[in-house]
Design a protein around this ligand. Sequence first.
Ligand SMILES: Nc1ncnc2c1ncn2[C@@H]1O[C@H](COP(=O)(O)OP(=O)(O)OP(=O)(O)O)[C@@H](O)[C@H]1O
Ligand SMILES: [Mg+2]
Length: 500
Amino acid sequence: MTPLVELRNATKDFRGIKAFSDVNFSLMPGEIHAVLGENGAGKSTLTKVMAGVHTLSEGELLIDGKPERLETPSAALAKGIAMVYQENSLVPSMTVAQNIYLGHEKTFNRLRGIYIAAQQFLQSLSFHVDPTALVSSLGAAQKQMVEIARAVHQQARVIIFDEPTASLTPEEKRYFFQLIRNLKKNGVTIIFISHALEEALELADTITVLRDGELVASQPASSLDRNGIIRLMVGRELSGEIYADTTETRKIRPLGRKILSVENLSMGGLVRNSSFSVYEGQVTGMFGLVGSGRTEMMKVVAGVIKRDFFHGGQVRLFGRPIRYRVPAPAIRDGIVYVTEERKQEGFFETMSIAENIHIGQVVKNRGGGFQVMSMNSAREAADTWRNRLNIRAINPDAKVIELSGGNQQKVVIAKALIQKPRLVIFDEPTRGVDVGAIAEIHAFIKQLADDGIGVVVISSYLPEVLAISDRILIARQGKIVEEMEAGTATEESIMYAAVH
Ligand SMILES: Nc1ncnc2c1ncn2[C@@H]1O[C@H](COP(=O)(O)OP(=O)(O)OP(=O)(O)O)[C@@H](O)[C@H]1O
Ligand SMILES: [Mg+2]
């Protein structure tokens, strides 16, 4: 059988530095093909070559056995290849429906037609997204659904998904898997990139593993298991399980001083009369399905979304009432929110790591009477953090946009921690981070709690919530409905509280 897409001795370099080299890759018609590897291994770049985003520096790209040169994404689309990107590529000022039908508006004679079609289409995919909503008003998961819907709508022969399930809840993931299987039944060939190895094993027919830009394996999924994949990815055994640190084997940190108390907080329809507390020296996990308001509750605390006047409630930091309208004063008071939307909120993408850290310091110290960090010390700090979090950049002055997705996430974390917070809120801290780095980031978060800082971790991934929390808060329909001791919580009990 002729491969639908093939790469022969393919190399891509950016200004002399290789993202991948000498790769031979075949995508067979009708298969589901997973591409795995550590952060920066070259997964996104490899697939972007097939989607017309990048062109090869050396080697050949063949489609249906014929050499092709795809200069643009629309050239790839003309050949039937569509891609759902890791960093979202929607137009924020347009509605959901307009984004899905971008370029096809002419087939509708009224705007209303677009909304009706989009409504039906989204429903057929089991995506709960309002077609008339502006994309800028959506959360990360819903944006991802719109991206996926758009690719499916383009009716491509090949759809490439770059970390499609990263922001989805377990429930939404099940729908998505079903969608992938249905696409396959309808003859669509799928490539998907994921850090969730179980997903790859469950879904894929073929698994390709990249390590440091080299293809180290491409074989039937049935011939691999989780540990085998990890060995191929990192070139060694990882010590132990990533989520092995279960609550049974570990000491739960005691409650420290109460650092934050939230009483009867309400905001729009998103937060409804919610009350909870956060203590120093502990990791407080926060679990909830999309729409449960967990992100919004914490964003209000950190001044990331403006507190709506007409809704009530009280937020106290060490007993003192606080109400921030922007993040800067919250940061000066020691509250830092580490965003789940790294691209929009996390950093300045055309600046280097050091410049981003420098800017972070300027925000912290403005008006505080402190010395603002010099650019030289920012550079030193950048080096320190690059080592601590193992941020892989091809050169120290690389722009953040040139880093791989997982490494960008580590920059967002470094930028927040350098502000020496007393209360730090991580929203999905390991999204898009590879198995090795997840362990590093978890160790780091626990160290913060051991150092006496109040830590909140919002996560949609139950094994993560259980591995990292001392206490677990469960949000449902805009409020915290239950609080659990990590020692007694189980995946089932947490999920039960989140949906009932
Ligand atoms: N536009 C670019 N300019 C310069 N370097 C780039 C660019 N895009 C990617 N790179 C570099 O190429 C290498 C591979 O990056 P890529 O994004 O393909 O990794 P990845 O496997 O998708 O990682 P992740 O799991 O973190 O998303 C990295 O070293 C990255 O810094
Ligand atoms: Mg990537």
